[in-house]
Design a protein around this ligand. Structure first.
Ligand SMILES: [Zn+2]
Length: 238
């Protein structure tokens, strides 16, 4: 049976989360969460997210849906802000009956994030909204957006997607599943194979003879031209 994961993509709509100038936590979370969903689904995992765009979400509505979804794991996707100096990844395990497995899930995610090159502040205790689900949870803060140095590690969609891939790998590790590498979308071969097939255009050609000697073909062309039929000689290999 397919594994199921609920993802809370933090904030959204009128709630920007942490803010530094034009940098809004809700935007980073949406990029990471959406990519995490895609990566997990690519591995046959069923995913429920609270939002797929920049909208406000009613937490209680999502939790009711997430509970009915009966997930094997719950992931919260957030970014941090503090005093401009704090840096690094931080992940919170729940401290309820799922504490031990929640710790395993957090440790698997943390290990994959560290291999991205991001430092970790460690696994901490913290019961946030997803902790009320009957499954282990990991509340992930990828880094501190108010620390310019830390923010460099996730200042583009590409880098944010790398965090999402690290989270996905950690979740797969926890489930005992293998990461399936993606074929590069930039490679011309895979692009060509993905391109939708355009219907072939049919052309109707009038053939007035095929000849093994070019001289005979020229003689036929001359006859046709004399009758006012425009024509040309095309060579082909039989
Ligand atoms: Zn947040």
């Amino acid at each position: 049976m397919a594994k199921r994961v609920s993802i809370e993509i933090g904030h959204g709509g009128t709630d920007p989360g942490a803010v530094r100038g034009k940098i809004l936590e809700k935007d980073i979370n949406l990029c990471v969460g959406t990519e995490l969903k895609r990566q997990l689904e690519r591995h046959g995992i069923e995913v429920l997210v609270n939002r797929v765009s920049d909208v406000s979400c009613k937490v209680s509505d999502f939790l009711a849906k997430a509970r009915a979804f009966d997930p094997n794991a719950g992931i919260s996707v957030h970014a941090n802000a503090f005093d401009g100096k704090a840096k690094g990844f931080e992940v919170f395990r729940n401290t309820n009956a799922f504490k031990i497995v929640s710790n395993l899930l957090c440790a698997d995610i943390e290990a994959r994030v560290k291999s991205l090159g991001q430092t970790s502040r460690g696994i901490k205790d913290g019961n946030f909204l997803m902790s009320s689900l009957p499954c282990p949870t990991a509340y992930c803060e990828l880094g501190f957006l108010d620390n310019p140095d830390d923010y460099k590690g996730f200042d583009t969609a590409e880098k944010q997607k790398a965090f999402a891939a690290a989270y996905a790998k950690g979740i797969l590790d926890y489930f005992g599943m293998s990461w399936l590498p993606e074929t590069s979308p930039a490679s011309p071969a895979s692009e060509a194979s993905k391109a939708p097939e355009t219907p072939k255009k049919i052309l109707y050609r009038v053939v007035a003879g095929s000849f093994s000697e070019r001289a005979n073909a020229e003689a036929r062309a001359k006859t046709l031209k004399a009758k006012g039929v425009d024509c040309f000689i095309a060579e082909y290999v039989s």
